[in-house]
Design a protein around this ligand. Structure first.
Ligand SMILES: Nc1ncnc2c1ncn2[C@@H]1O[C@H](COP(=O)(O)OP(=O)(O)OP(=O)(O)O)[C@@H](O)[C@H]1O
Ligand SMILES: [Mg+2]
Length: 149
């Protein structure tokens, strides 16, 4: 039988959308059969990615997909956040903690964030792929499987 909830798409434009999209992601991940901790991980990752899209690119689109179990692979959830913003020049640095808005944060650096969002997404999700083209935009695709962690 087809699962009734295979795909959700939402456009996010406001900082508060990180909260509503996290709530949505939590319901979605639960519905996909993820355990409580994995469900929380998906919700936090979505909040961080939507925060990035809204803060650094002005707006973004969230897609949530259920992944069916197949070929020995467990089922799970795929999160995709896409934006048409400025892109990320140094992807490797941006995905490490303490790098924010183009530089490494020092104790007295004025800051708008902790530079820990993308690092958290890497730690919370099982697979993370970031595709970013300067001047074109950023897409992050992250997956969480049902039976891991
Ligand atoms: N969607 C995006 N578009 C453009 N730049 C981005 C995007 N996502 C992240 N970045 C860049 O990568 C940096 C690191 O992102 P990260 O989420 O780790 O930290 P932050 O957003 O600066 O702070 P925090 O998430 O801790 O509040 C950002 O400061 C920004 O320069
Ligand atoms: Mg962030």
């Amino acid at each position: 039988m087809m699962h009734p909830l295979l795909l959700v798409q939402v456009d996010c434009t406001h900082p508060v959308d990180r909260c509503s999209s996290a709530v949505l992601a939590r319901h979605f991940a639960r519905r996909a059969g993820l355990a409580e901790q994995a469900t929380a991980a998906v919700a936090i990752a979505v909040a961080e990615l939507i925060s990035n899209a809204v803060r650094h690119a002005g707006k973004g689109r969230l897609e949530l997909r259920m992944l069916d179990a197949a070929g020995g692979r467990p089922g799970g959830v795929e999160v995709k956040v896409h934006d048409d913003g400025p892109g990320i020049a140094d992807l490797e640095a941006a995905a490490r903690d303490g790098y924010s808005c183009g530089g490494w944060l020092l104790p007295d650096t004025p800051r708008s964030g902790l530079g820990a969002g993308l690092g958290s997404v890497r730690r919370l999700m099982d697979e993370v792929r970031i595709i970013s083209v300067p001047g074109v935009g950023t897409t992050v695709i992250a997956r969480k499987w049902r039976h891991r962690r």
